[in-house]
Structure formats: structure tokens, C-alpha cells
Design a protein around this ligand. Structure first.
Ligand code: SF4
Length: 481
């Protein structure tokens, strides 16, 4: 069974959404600058390690082994969380997970929560579900706070407000943050200080914290959150009740496995040798941190995608975002066009697997790629994203015109005579060639191709015709002499 994940409200299929994004020159400037900077820094951080490829293969092997034995490791995790004084809840889908969390918050009792950035809570639409139950959730990650105050949606896994520049952020703070200083400028240090002051009050008054987890260690029942700002540390230590909402694929067998991922994740994501804050907790400890700990394990389509031998590699993902930063499609279209909290190359393979391929947006996502392979090269857990994309494309039911085009192409390519005729026909399109030597507009049904790009002019003579004219006729002439 596929899971439930709300498509971003009103979001059309990828081609239409991307078209609007590509036309936004400010967005493109913001994205090009941000992804270019992170890309260069990551390459430097990775180049420092001689054994990067070995680490990468080790991570892949650990994840594959864990996924192949997921049931056993999840039960071991549950057993050890309970031993440590925590409680474990199992959620099959988003609705169940949201209901469990809302029930726990009400039982705390509380009507406000602080949250550390968590992809799975975005996936299940937790904030909206809490709000409809009268519970206010405050995001405490700086970029998430910007997105929340701006009534916006995240557009990057690691930097959810990557589409905003600092003057846009200043305007959001001035408009939406009641305690923002009167003369707030767009200096990054001033903006961070304003957010820190605003959040401090929330941290000190919240009795419930909600987190995700980067990893869950089965052997000890420990949860691990890595982050750069310290907000995660506050969320998982200050409130009386801590609720961690975690996808089932986050489990790792043991501490030794964690070592590999703590080497790979910071370099791949923030280009740091080590992330500034690593918070690890195992159950509850009297007099130290939360008095109650709940772990909500979320399936939401994950076990269904485990059944797919090619597609399941997406469950290895550690959400580092390296694939987004190298993707030429993401850099131009931005994250919102993917219609899901998971943008970029990983989003193009994970959302259709978690949600199924039936909606226009999900069936369009596997085509949101040039298949250049840059995402596979940088992925620290060696997810072959192009392979998964092609695999998903084959599953999409093509519409009639696509089926017809592919059928006709097949007919032409399997017959040398038909191919030669098609090439002669193609050379007729030279009449559409402009002064630039390129075709800027083709008639229907090929118009779509030239709407956003031009096309090279086909040669006046195909290679096959040239070969026949110059070589084969020469050979014949020599043979008759
Ligand atoms: S697919 Fe790989 S590169 Fe992309 S976010 Fe996941 S782990 Fe990182």
C-alpha cells in the first residue's frame, strides 16, 4: 500500500510548475548563487578524504543490509527504547501518525509545541494537522522559521528557504515577527539574532518538543539528530515531553554503523568535517532532559517501496541534499516545482514511490531529469538515481500521443529504409532555420520542443547519404576500373 503525503496545495504537474519557476529571474539568481556555493564547498570537503569511496560503499552496504532485515531491526529498536523508559507507537500512514502525535500533545497537556526541522513531519503534514486540533507548532530551525513566517513552503532539504535572499527574509521578519527590532537590516548576523531572541521565548515556555531523527540505533534504542544551529539540542532537552517522529528506514543496527554516516553526512550536506551539534538520547533519565519520550515510527509507503528491487534504493537516502545542489534541473526549476517536501533528484524518485504514480504531479516527476548522472556521483550512499528514474518512467502509463511517438520511432529505427526516408524528411525542416542557424519555432505537434529551447538545424545531407555519395560510389567506381 502506498502512503499518504499531501501534494503541495494547488501544485500542477512538474512541467507547468517548472515553467513558472524558470520565468522567475530572482528565484533563479538566488538558486544559482546558493547551489553553486554549496557545491564548491562540498567538493573541497569530500576531496580531503582518501577513503571517501570506501566509506560510501560501506554506507550503501549497511543500509542495504538493514533494509533487507528491517523487521528485525525495528523490533530490536522498539525493545531497547522501551527498556530505556520510552514508548513506541507505530503509524501506518500520515493520518495515523498525525492522530498519534496530536493525542500525545493533548495528553501532555499542551497547546503549543516547538519543533526541530524534520522532513517526515513535513511529509505527513503534521503542522496543519496540529493546527486543526488547536495546537500551535513553532519551527525552530532558522530556515524553517523563515518558511513558516512567510506562509511559504520549503524548497530545499537542507536550506528550506534557499529561494529567499536576505532582503526578502528581512521583510518577512518585519511583517510577521512581532518582536523583531524596529531598525532590522538585512545583515545575516542581525537576522539570526532577531530569530534567536524570538525563539528563546518559545523554547523556555514549550512543554512539548517534536523532533525527527537522522538515525535510530537498534542496539541501544538511541535517537540521533545532527544539526548546525543548536535549536535541535534545545528542542530535545528542554521540554518535559519529547515526541520523535521517524521514518522506519532511519534505523541502523549499531553504534559502529553510525560512525560511517557521521563521516559522510556533514561533508555531503553542509561541507563541514563534523556537524556542530550531534544530539543523542536513549529513553529518559530522571532529572536530566525530558520526563517522557515517545517514538512514533512512520511507514507511510516505505514498506511498499521495499518490495521494488530497483526503487527501494531510495530508502538509503540520508537527506544530505548533495544531489539537489548538483542537479541542473533543480537549479533552474527550484524546489516548489516538485510538489512535495522532497525536491530535486531524490524527490523525483521518492515521492512517486511513497505516494504512487496516479496523480499528474507524481507521474511527471520521473521525467524531471536530464539523466546526466551528477546526482549518482555525489550521493554518499550511492543511490543510482538515474537508474531509478528510468525504472519509474517505464511504470508511468504514457498518454496516447507519447505512446504513438514511441511506437512510430520504433518502427522507423528498426528499418534502414524507413530511417533514410525519415532523415530526408527531417532535412526539410531546414526551411524553419533562422539567421542564427538554429530552429526557433517548429509547427505542431513539435511546437512544445521549441517553446523553451531552440533546436539545431538538421544537416542538409545525412551521414548515411554522404557515405553513400562519397565512399560507396567511389568504391564502386574503383571496382569497375
Ligand atoms: S539521494 Fe543521496 S545525495 Fe540525494 S539527498 Fe539522499 S543521500 Fe543525499
Amino acid at each position: 500500500m502506498n502512503g499518504s503525503m499531501p501534494t503541495y496545495l494547488g501544485m500542477p504537474a512538474f512541467p507547468a510548475a517548472a515553467k513558472a519557476a524558470v520565468a522567475d529571474s530572482q528565484l533563479r539568481r538566488n538558486l544559482t548563487h546558493a547551489t553553486g556555493t554549496i557545491r564548491a564547498k562540498r567538493a573541497g570537503a569530500v576531496a580531503e578524504l582518501d577513503d571517501w569511496e570506501r566509506l560510501r560503499q560501506a554506507a550503501k552496504a549497511i543500509k542495504d543490509h538493514t533494509l533487507a532485515n528491517l523487521d528485525a531491526y525495528l523490533l530490536r529498536l522498539e525493545e531497547n527504547v522501551i527498556k530505556g523508559g520510552g514508548q513506541v507507537h507505530w503509524a501506518q500512514d500520515a493520518a495515523q501518525a498525525n492522530a498519534i502525535v496530536a493525542g500525545l500533545v493533548r495528553a501532555a497537556p499542551a497547546d503549543r509545541v516547538v519543533k526541530v526541522k524534520s522532513m517526515v513531519t513535513q511529509e505527513i503534514g503534521l503542522n496543519d494537522a496540529l493546527e486543526s486540533g488547536g495546537i500551535v507548532a513553532t519551527e525552530t530551525d532558522l530556515a524553517e522559521l523563515i518558511v513558516q513566517l512567510g506562509h511559504d513552503l520549503p524548497s530545499h532539504i537542507l536550506v528550506p528557504a534557499i529561494h529567499k535572499n536576505r532582503s526578502e527574509i528581512r521583510e518577512i521578519f518585519r511583517r510577521e515577527m512581532p518582536d523583531a527590532p524596529a531598525g532590522l537590516t538585512d545583515d545575516p548576523a542581525e537576522l539570526a539574532a532577531a530569530a534567536r531572541r524570538h525563539l528563546r521565548h518559545e523554547f523556555l515556555h514549550a512543554s512539548v518538543g517534536i523532533s525527527g531523527a537522522n538515525f535510530a540505533i537498534a542496539d541501544t534504542g538511541s535517537l540521533v539528530v545532527v544539526e548546525s544551529e543548536g535549536n535541535g539540542r534545545m528542542c530535545v532537552t528542554l521540554p518535559r515531553t519529547l515526541i520523535s517522529v521517524v521514518g522506519v528506514e532511519k534505523v541502523l543496527p549499531s553504534w559502529r554503523d553510525l560512525e560511517v554516516f557521521l563521516a559522510l553526512l556533514p561533508r555531503s550536506s553542509t561541507a563541514e568535517r563534523m556537524n556542530p551539534y550531534t544530539s543523542i538520547w536513549s529513553g529518559v533519565t530522571p532529572g536530566d532532559g525530558p520526563e517522557q519520550f515517545h517514538l512514533v515510527l512512520v511507514d507511510n509507503g516505505r514498506t511498499a517501496s521495499l518490495a521494488d528491487q530497483t526503487g527501494r534504493q531510495a530508502l538509503r537516502c540520508i537527506r544530505c541534499s548533495a544531489c539537489l545542489n548538483v542537479c541542473p534541473v533543480y537549479e533552474r526549476a527550484g524546489g516548489h516545482a516538485y510538489g512535495s517536501p522532497y525536491p530535486g533528484p531524490i524527490g523525483a524518485i521518492i515521492s512517486p514511490q511513497l505516494r504512487g504514480l496516479s496523480s499528474p504531479v507524481d507521474s511527471s516527476l520521473p521525467f524531471a531529469s536530464t539523466l546526466c548522472g551528477a546526482c549518482y556521483e555525489v550521493c554518499p550512499v550511492a543511490i543510482n538515481i538515474p537508474e531509478a528514474l528510468v525504472h519509474l518512467r517505464a511504470k508511468v502509463k504514457h498518454n496516447f500521443s507519447e505512446r504513438t511517438v514511441f511506437h512510430l520511432s520504433g518502427q522507423v529505427l528498426e528499418s534502414p529504409r524507413r530511417l533514410a526516408a525519415a532523415q530526408r524528411l527531417a532535412s526539410l525542416s531546414r526551411r524553419f532555420v533562422g539567421r542564427s542557424g538554429r530552429i526557433r519555432r517548429l509547427p505542431p505537434p513539435l511546437r512544445g520542443w521549441t517553446e523553451t529551447r531552440d533546436a539545431p538545424a538538421p544537416p542538409a545531407e545525412s551521414f548515411r547519404a554522404w557515405w553513400q555519395r562519397t565512399r560507396e560510389s567511389g568504391t564502386r567506381e574503383r571496382g569497375t576500373r
